[in-house]
Design a protein around this ligand. Structure first.
Ligand code: ADP
Ligand code: MG
Length: 212
């Protein structure tokens, strides 16, 4: 067991054996630098390029503390686009495979509201969505974020570039104050730093320059 092996982490045997099945034998650089703190419950700001394995860096943090027997939305992942939300949801479903029935629901714009509202009536453990659509559901009271324990802002720089700041701030304020917040971004310029500072508490900052 070396320091980049997943087995050095306090993950459940089910999650560890599933990672093995997926062929994830070594952590990528961003995973090795962020997962120990994420699994301790710390807030995180992580800067790393596309393809560096960021989804598992937050996904394992979500899943390790998720209770599948509690049918409430325990985690929310915000993504800039529908395609990215679909990708994240699929990766979360793969990571969750060994945990039994974990429902991951995608809520993005462009799709009709009615089926999304019907799905929400059945509940979901993890919601992955775009800020505009999540904000719409909050406005209609069709989504309850009061049980969220992990909030992820994925590709935060792209979301702010796309003008989603107000929606994000509104969504953050609908989550419990006592939560873990994980922010991922390819770049982290001062304007995003200032805009998002109030969303996180004493975050660990991790930057990975080269890809793994
Ligand atoms: P990012 O969000 O940083 O762009 P992803 O989370 O989408 O990256 O991961 C990129 C690819 O790497 C995915 O296909 C994922 O399944 C794979 N991957 C992630 N972590 C590992 C790992 N530790 N070992 C092997 N493959 C991995
Ligand atoms: Mg990603």
């Amino acid at each position: 067991m070396n320091s980049t092996s997943f087995s050095s982490l306090p993950l459940t045997p089910a999650l560890l054996s599933n990672l093995d099945t997926l062929g994830y034998h070594q952590m990528t650089a961003i995973q090795a630098q962020s997962l120990p703190a994420v699994l301790e419950g710390r807030d995180l700001i992580a800067q790393a390029k596309t393809g560096s394995g960021k989804t598992a860096a937050f996904g394992l943090g979500i899943l390790q503390k998720l209770n599948p027997a509690w049918f409430a939305t325990q985690a929310l992942v915000l993504c800039p686009t529908r395609e990215l939300a679909d990708q994240v949801a699929n990766e979360l479903r793969r990571l969750a495979r060994a945990m039994g029935n974990v429902k991951v629901l995608v809520l993005t714009g462009g799709a009709p509201m009615r089926p999304q509202i019907a799905s929400l009536e059945h509940g979901a453990h993890i919601v992955v969505g775009t800020p505009g659509r999540i904000r719409d559901h909050l406005g209609r009271a069709t989504l309850d974020l009061s049980k969220v324990q992990t909030l992820v802002l994925d590709e935060a720089d792209r979301m702010t570039d796309m003008g989603f700041y107000d929606e994000i701030a509104n969504i953050v304020s609908a989550c419990p104050t006592r939560r873990q917040t994980l922010l991922f971004s390819a770049t982290y310029p001062d304007d995003i730093r200032h805009a998002t500072a109030s969303f996180l508490i004493d975050p660990l900052e991790v930057t990975v320059e080269a890809q793994h």
